[in-house]
Design a protein around this ligand. Structure first.
Ligand code: ADP
Ligand code: MG
Ligand code: MG
Length: 892
């Protein structure tokens, strides 16, 4: 293997071998852009260095020397010369950019002899000594590990002594003094003379770069960012002849984005400094100027910069982030890479680059990161104003978006205040199912306990409300109606702001920015829609959710959870009464009332989704979830008894029922179709409500497409049991109204057995929908709350699992059951509609799997619809790109 590549030899595509920086330098050299000559020592050499017990093989040193000789020929400068010295920089660079690795060493090759050569050659002693002091500082820090502050102290001291305010004012005398002092610092640190031989300097630097690959900072960075050996294995070393930005006022150094990374607009964006070197621009030693000023300062170089940026964009077909240096009016490029932009910037550039014919629509979609687009779909904190507000504390960001409102600690109060029009943020230790009415009434939720899958988090996410959980510094004092966070008190009624995207809680009303689907974003969605083949539906339980989903482009509702409707404050009482009813007759009476409410809900939702299918799932959770917690109820009974209150009898009955219904493992307990089997009158009521809603809408000439879905089915027999009820009700309603209705009857596939016997179930079901949350729990035998709260983080840490299977579909395990279910089902009904309605329906990678498995649609929460559309477009386009590549190969 060739260990060293001169810039004109390297393959600019091979980042793995040459590192990102090295590949870019090779590519730019090939494009005849003004890159200072240099060479790359490959990542393979880095690996060899480690295999070789951290020694550089002799052959490598010889190869480096050969390349330095080549550099001499190319630059006309001479290594270690007292007339015309060659100086270089030594730069690290792995396959992907990695802060945490070695800092760059500039001006290597300088010593007491060559500094004279530099002075002679340039006739500029100030510049020569400035370069020297920079070298010693960087070398001392990087190679010897000297604390930077020691150098800074000297620098400050001498600046003061001379009366200079900025570095570029330092005199030759001062700089010489600094060099002497700097050397002393290094010698004191190492106990050895400062190395003067340029080859010794170079060898030590190369080793320092290689060592930095396994430094603690770099290792932690790789671990945190999931950078595996497949992505980056070892660092390359770039040795680049120096371009001097510190040679006077006709020299400069700068950093530029070819387009504005904040909003994507097409103009150069960045800073530069005259008479400066290296990282002065970023380090803030002087305030840099905006790149537009370069037009006046150095017009010729500015023109060259503009031309270069255009050329780079044309070549890479991506906006670039570049480093440049101007040496006495001559322009040099030192680095280029694809610019990192925010979501607005990415979208804008996708559209504009298509207009400019730089890329096609496919590339415009494929270059986006769907997950990043989430930024644009929620209200967010106005970053320009945020510094005026104090941060109260930080919790776990559980549901994205920002909200401001008054803090309320009591559930009932929050509900009534919210319903009366106040903007309320519910602040609690934790929440329970019976608190759900307060969720509806609040603009945001903040809890001191719980994790990403606590009740508060799950419910808030489902509703698309901002939520922070586990804000552990938060102490609520219910008696005095206040809370304290890190010593700051917030009284009930005080304004606070929560940012569910970052977990930050602020005092006061921080201005927020409304989410908006811009025209550009709409265009992207349109292009994605045209490309995609899988359908996109929404999980929505309210007319508002349905409307939002339609606005975002959902083609129906894949999951409408009927139980959410029972949790609203005007329903929950009735529902509890229904559970408590002592006779079937009593229960049926209450169910009739609930049926009317449910019917009106369905009418509204179906209206909002006119023309599109709405899959209505019958009651799923166990009944005890609607009753108060037995332990708390028992406490209440005790206090009531002491007061001899009248209510005590009713509470005792409620307690008895709550205890009767309590389960050891509710996830696998009396829920879903099992409740329907035990209390057929509940499913009967719900099925009737769907049919009657459909009749009503038919009368109004509204094109409604409800379908009925049964949860938790494990066998054909269970499904048939409910199908008989369905058939009977259908018959009754149709006869009563003298009309026929087409309402599909289907099932969820969320029990393992249902997937295994899907060919039987398909004889009765008219559609399937994979409930991948439960199916994942069942396949792993993980209960989600326990897994995420206890051992999943450890599993991820120890790499026993690559991803959280509740966020991204486990294609290897759960995915096989899905494929089996599809195959079994479609073996009976060729064109069976099969969708997925778990949280995975909004996850980009899972959507790609669904596309490839031939699912009919994915269903995601309304706020994820745009992300799902872009992901689905990408899945289809990636397929096409793959097919094309296949064809080309075959032809060859
Ligand atoms: P990083 O990866 O931290 O950006 P770089 O290796 O790109 O580190 O270099 C740090 C700074 O030094 C940048 O401003 C870069 O432009 C500058 N630099 C590196 N090599 C040279 C060189 N040969 N001539 C002039 N400036 C250089
Ligand atoms: Mg750096
Ligand atoms: Mg750089």
């Amino acid at each position: 293997m060739k260990p060293v590549y001169f810039f004109d030899e390297g393959d600019g595509k091979n980042k793995k071998l040459l590192g990102g920086k090295g590949a870019g330098l090779c590519e730019m050299t090939r494009l005849k852009l003004p890159v200072p000559p240099g060479f790359v020592i490959t990542t393979e050499v880095c690996k060899k260095y480690y295999e070789n017990n951290k020694k550089l093989p002799k052959s490598i040193i010889a190869e480096v020397k050969r390349n330095i000789a080549k550099l001499e020929r190319r630059t006309g400068k001479v290594w270690d010369s007292q007339d015309n010295p060659l100086l270089v920089s030594v730069r690290s660079g792995a396959a992907i950019s990695m802060p945490g690795m070695m800092d760059t060493i500039l001006n290597l090759g300088i010593n007491d002899k060559t500094v004279k050569g530099l002075t002679k050659k340039t006739n500029n002693p100030r510049f020569a000594w400035d370069s020297y002091r920079r070298f010693i500082q960087l070398f001392g820090k990087v190679v010897f590990g000297v604390d930077d502050r020691r150098f800074d102290q000297v620098l400050e001291f001498i600046k003061e002594k001379q009366g200079a305010t900025i570095d570029s004012e330092l005199s030759e005398e001062s700089l010489k003094e600094i060099v002497t002092k700097y050397k002393e610092i290094c010698e004191e640190h190492t106990g050895k003379k400062f190395p003067t031989n340029p080859f010794e300097q170079l060898e030590l630097s190369i080793k320092a770069v290689f060592n930095s690959w396994n430094g603690e900072r770099a290792r932690i960075y790789r671990e945190k960012n999931n950078i595996t050996k497949e992505i980056a294995d070892g660092t390359a070393v770039n040795v680049v002849s120096m371009a001097f930005g510190n040679m006077g006022n006709d020299s400069a150094t700068g950093v530029v984005f070819t387009r504005n990374p904040g909003d994507g607009t097409r103009h150069l964006f960045g800073d530069y400094l005259v008479n400066a070197q290296g990282e002065d621009v970023v380090a803030g030693v002087r305030t840099p100027k905006a790149v537009a000023d370069l037009k006046k300062d150095l017009p010729k170089s500015y023109n060259e910069l503009v031309k270069t940026c255009a050329k780079l964009e044309k070549h890479y077909k991506e906006p670039q982030d570049i480093e440049f240096t101007i040496e006495q009016g001559k322009f040099y490029l030192l680095q280029t890479r694809n610019a990192k932009m925010n979501a607005t910037g990415m979208i804008k550039t996708s559209i504009e680059m298509v207009k400019e014919k730089l890329i096609n629509k496919q590339k415009a979609i494929l270059r986006l990161n769907p997950e990043q687009l989430e930024q644009l779909l929620h209200k967010r904190i106005d970053e320009d104003n945020v510094s005026n507000y104090a941060i109260l504390g930080k919790g776990i960001p559980a549901s994205p978006g920002a909200a401001n409102g008054i803090a309320v600690f009591d559930v009932k109060k929050a509900t009534s205040m919210g319903e009366n029009g106040s903007k309320v943020i519910l602040v609690r230790e934790e929440t329970k199912p019976e608190d759900v009415p307060a969720f509806f009434a609040s603009v945001g939720i903040l809890t001191s306990r719980g994790g990403k899958t606590s009740h508060a988090a799950v419910v808030a996410r489902g509703m698309g409300k901002p939520c922070i959980v586990g804000c552990s510094e938060l102490r609520i004092d219910h008696e005095n109606k206040k809370c304290t966070v890190n010593g700051t008190a917030v009284n009930e009624g005080d304004l606070i702001t929560i940012d569910g995207s970052t977990g930050k809680v602020f005092v006061g009303e921080v201005p927020t920015i409304e989410p908006k689907i811009t025209r550009d974003f709409k265009t992207i969605l349109e292009w994605s829609n045209n490309a995609k083949r899988i359908g996109i539906r929404a999980n929505a339980d309210t007319p508002e959710g349905a409307k939002l989903a339609r606005e975002y482009g959902a083609e129906g509702i894949g999951l409408c959870r009927t139980e959410r409707m029972f949790n609203a404050s005007d329903r929950i009482g009735l529902f509890v009464d229904m559970i408590m009813a002592e006779t079937l007759q009593d229960r049926k009476k209450i169910l009739e009332k609930l049926g009317q409410l449910q019917k009106s809900d369905f009418i509204q939702i179906l209206k909002a989704m006119e023309g599109y299918p709405v899959t209505i799932r019958l009651l799923d959770p166990p009944l005890h979830e609607f009753l108060p917690n037995p332990e708390e109820l028992a406490n209440k009974v005790r206090t009531l008894e002491q007061r001899n209150a009248l209510e005590v009898e009713r509470s005792k009955v409620l307690l008895a029922r709550a205890r009767e219904l309590a389960e050891v493992n509710p996830m696998m307990g009396h829920r879903g179709v099992r409740v329907g089997v035990s209390y057929p009158e509940i499913y009967e009521m719900q099925i009737r409500a769907v049919f009657e809603a459909a009749i009503e809408l038919k009368k109004q000439r509204i094109d409604a497409h409800p379908q009925i879905m049964i949860p938790q089915v494990s066998s054909l027999e269970e499904l048939r049991y409910v199908k008989e009820i369905y058939d009977r009700i259908k018959d009754e309603v149709e006869k009563e109204n003298k009309t026929k209705l087409k309402i599909n009857f289907g099932t969820m596939l969320e029990v393992v057995r249902a997937c295994l016997t899907a060919e039987q179930i398909a004889t009765t079901a008219e559609f399937f929908s994979f409930g991948t949350n439960d199916l994942t729990q069942a396949t792993f035998s993980f209960s989600r709350e326990d897994a995420e709260g206890k051992f999943l983080p450890e599993y991820l840490n120890k790499e026993l699992l690559e991803r959280n299977p509740f966020q991204t579909l486990d294609t290897n395990g759960v995915g096989r059951l899905i494929k089996l279910g599809i195959k079994n089902g479609r073996s009976v009904k060729h064109r069976l509609e099969i969708g997925i309605c778990g949280e995975h329906g909004g996850d980009p990678d899972s959507i790609k799997f669904c596309h490839n498995s031939g699912l009919s649609y994915v269903s995601a929460s309304p706020h994820r619809i745009p992300i799902a559309i872009v992901s689905a477009g990408q899945a289809a386009l990636a397929g096409r790109v793959r097919k094309k590549a296949g064809k080309i190969k075959r032809r060859k």
